[in-house]
Design a protein around this ligand. Structure first.
Ligand SMILES: NC(=O)c1ccc[n+]([C@@H]2O[C@H](COP(=O)([O-])OP(=O)(O)OC[C@H]3O[C@@H](n4cnc5c(N)ncnc54)[C@H](OP(=O)(O)O)[C@@H]3O)[C@@H](O)[C@H]2O)c1
Length: 224
């Protein structure tokens, strides 16, 4: 049974992606900071017939992320799909306009998006390359692709998610023609804010589509 690891798994997009892959025969490893919340999500997935378990890690605490993947592999074996989508609600907390940016206040955002995403990828990529099979999916907000999409206060997020986007696209470039597929999904929507097109379950269908078609490096979900 293939396994998807969802890093930054909450009751929104993370759970919805888990449900879609679970319905299609995947086991699901959920990664976030709060074991209790993860246990609740895993129980919901198991009730729907999906094998699932939660593994705590903070993406800004790299050793904790490495340790989580060790536990995931002990439990599920190889990771076939990595999806990286932590939600910044309670991470660094700050929104910094460019005129207020400093090395000190940009660093936490880079830790969160770029270094967290890179660290997660490093836990699965060497084995995927050896097997010549696997998928990495990176999720960000739309300002990674269109820096004018958000207000100036999204400055630090735009810079850091643009860096993660560039890393994902360069991975796609170097791995094109191999069995390992990498894609970036920038979301131009407030998830759950309105009609069906904003709902996490709707957006999650895109991930199954991207995973199965394996075409192109970038798949914006844009409902502007
Ligand atoms: N929500 C939106 O409107 C929106 C808009 C555009 C793009 N996106 C993208 O969608 C993805 C998130 O979807 P969502 O908002 O529906 O979130 P979600 O899947 O409901 O939850 C994400 C989870 O990330 C976890 N998380 C936060 N900080 C973390 C950290 N430092 N280390 C590990 N886990 C952490 C949180 O759990 P813990 O607190 O337990 O760690 C949270 O439950 C992100 O890629 C985001 O960029 C969201």
């Amino acid at each position: 049974m293939p396994t998807i690891a969802i890093v930054g798994a909450g009751s929104g997009l993370g759970l919805s992606i888990a449900k879609v892959f679970g319905r299609n025969g995947f086991s699901v490893a959920l990664v976030a900071r709060t074991q209790e919340k993860l246990d609740g999500l895993a129980a919901e997935l198991r009730e729907a017939g999906t094998e699932a378990a939660g593994f705590t890690a903070d993406v800004t605490d790299r050793p904790s992320l490495v340790a989580a993947f060790t536990r995931i592999k002990e439990r599920f074996g190889q990771v076939d799909v990595l999806e990286y989508s932590p939600a910044p609600k309670t991470s660094t907390g700050a929104m910094i306009a460019p005129l207020d940016a400093t090395v000190e206040n940009l660093q936490p955002e880079l830790e969160y998006y770029l270094y967290g995403g890179l660290t997660a990828a490093q836990q699965v990529l060497p084995e995927m390359i050896e097997r010549d099979a696997g998928t990495l999916l990176f999720t960000t907000g739309g300002s990674s692709l269109d820096v004018f999409a958000g207000p100036p206060e999204f400055g630090n997020i735009a810079v850091a998610t643009s860096a993660l986007r560039a890393y994902a696209l360069k991975l796609n470039q170097v791995l094109t023609g191999t069995g390992v597929y990498v894609a970036h999904v920038p979301i131009f929507a407030w998830i759950g804010s309105g009609g069906p097109e904003t709902q996490a379950d709707t957006i999650a269908e895109l991930y199954w589509d991207v995973y199965t078609k394996r075409e192109g490096a970038e798949h914006p979900y844009d409902i502007r």
